[in-house]
Unconditional design. Structure first.
Ligand code: NI
Length: 256
């Protein structure tokens, strides 16, 4: 059973058709969807969704693009929600230097905080990076000795050197999104080099739909197209890849 490890299914226009979206996912062999939060409000919403839909699991945390808007107590409130049985990760957290570089210290501070919470609770952490991969890796390595944690670098689009740095963190995993299917994608070499035992599957719905769905709202069932591309680039049968990433997700997120 496949898992879409990253789909933001809480937007109002998506909620309207969520039963159909989950049905299409199921038909495509995707039995679980991890929905990552970006703040307290979405954390609460996702918890509710996970109670309503068996397929939905939660990652709760504060996104780097939301740290400026957050109140100082927000992360503590989110921390209290992490003991729910369908919470499988902390996140998404990380660093984003694309949208805002005026608050880098605050972003780093909250990233560290979430790594430490995840380490304490023995949950993995979902890491977002944009123009910030080197800093995110450095920070994770600094934290690792005292606060070891399993890191999922989602939507990986770094270089070969960054890939090997990410993978040097014990038990870290990476995943690719639909943008690897775009003509201008320069990620084939990185996909080739990524070991399948460190690979997870995701969509980042509703963003980055793979071809031929570009221009549409992405949804978990489209994940098959991204996996198709990975299996082509790596020259391994699709069924084998699906098998491996399914098991990786179950182990990494300790899914039942
Ligand atoms: Ni995301």
């Amino acid at each position: 059973m496949l898992t879409d490890t990253h789909a933001h299914l809480y937007y109002p226009d998506i909620l309207d058709s969520l039963p159909e979206i989950l049905q299409r996912a199921e038909e495509a062999g995707i039995g679980r969807v991890i929905v990552p939060a970006v703040n307290l409000e979405t954390s609460l919403k996702i918890l509710d969704l996970s109670k309503e839909y068996e397929q939905i699991y939660c990652a709760l945390g504060l996104h780097p693009c939301d740290v400026s808007k957050s109140n100082p107590n927000e992360i503590n409130e989110i921390e209290k929600l992490l003991s729910h049985k369908k919470v499988v990760a902390v996140g998404e957290t990380g660093l984003d230097y694309y949208w805002d570089t005026s608050n880098i210290e605050q972003q780093k501070d909250l990233f560290r905080k979430q790594i430490r919470i995840a380490s304490k609770l023995k949950l993995p952490v979902i890491v977002h990076t944009r123009d910030s991969t080197d800093d995110a890796i450095t920070l994770m390595k600094e934290e690792y000795e005292q606060y070891p944690v399993r890191a999922h670098f989602h939507c990986f689009s770094g270089t070969l050197a960054q890939l090997s740095e990410c993978l040097s963190i014990p038990d870290s995993h990476i995943s690719f999104c639909g943008n690897i299917t775009y003509k201008k994608s320069l990620l084939d070499e990185v996909i080739s080099a990524a070991p399948i035992d460190r690979l997870l599957s995701e969509t980042d719905s509703p963003f980055l739909p793979p071809m031929p769905y570009r221009g549409k709202k992405n949804e978990p069932s489209f994940m098959i197209k991204t996996l198709e591309k990975i299996s082509n680039v790596k020259g391994i049968p699709e069924t084998e890849l699906m098998n491996v990433v399914s098991k990786n997700a179950e182990k990494f997120f300790a899914l039942q």
